[in-house]
Ligand binder design. Structure first.
Ligand SMILES: N[C@@H](CCC(=O)N[C@@H](CS)C(=O)NCC(=O)O)C(=O)O
Length: 106
């Protein structure tokens, strides 16, 4: 079975300069903060899939923290905001967020 690292290396495209090419995904925003281990797990998943989403730090912004509370009824992160056409949906469990990202982008 291949290791996490070899799968990570295979999954990431590189430019001629050797830099990893990250694809910016519109319509997704991750509410998080740096020191949160559950958030770290989601950010590592983004990195392994070579994608970038808008990051909204709830420790830096009371507005973002309030958006999380209003949307989920609780104050925990990570939370992923997903725009689907006219509608918006929120995922507020790290395991669900990771599963969603893998299913959509792996
Ligand atoms: N079951 C949740 C747990 C999330 C969680 O406990 N997050 C912590 C930070 S790691 C949190 O937001 N705590 C409240 C706070 O820091 O204000 C998940 O896996 O996403």
């Amino acid at each position: 079975m291949s290791s996490w690292f070899s799968r990570f290396k295979k999954s990431s495209k590189r430019s001629k300069s050797g830099k990893r090419e990250m694809k910016k995904i519109e319509g997704l925003a991750l509410y998080h903060y740096d020191a949160c281990p559950f958030c770290m797990r989601v950010r590592m998943t983004l990195s392994s899939l070579a994608i970038e989403v808008e990051l909204r730090d709830t420790r830096d912004s009371t507005e973002y923290a309030q958006e999380v509370r209003a949307a989920t009824g609780q104050g925990t992160v990570p939370v992923l905001r997903i725009e689907e056409g006219e509608t918006v949906r929120w995922l507020s469990e790290s395991a669900e967020i990771v599963a969603y990202l893998r299913q959509r982008f792996a």
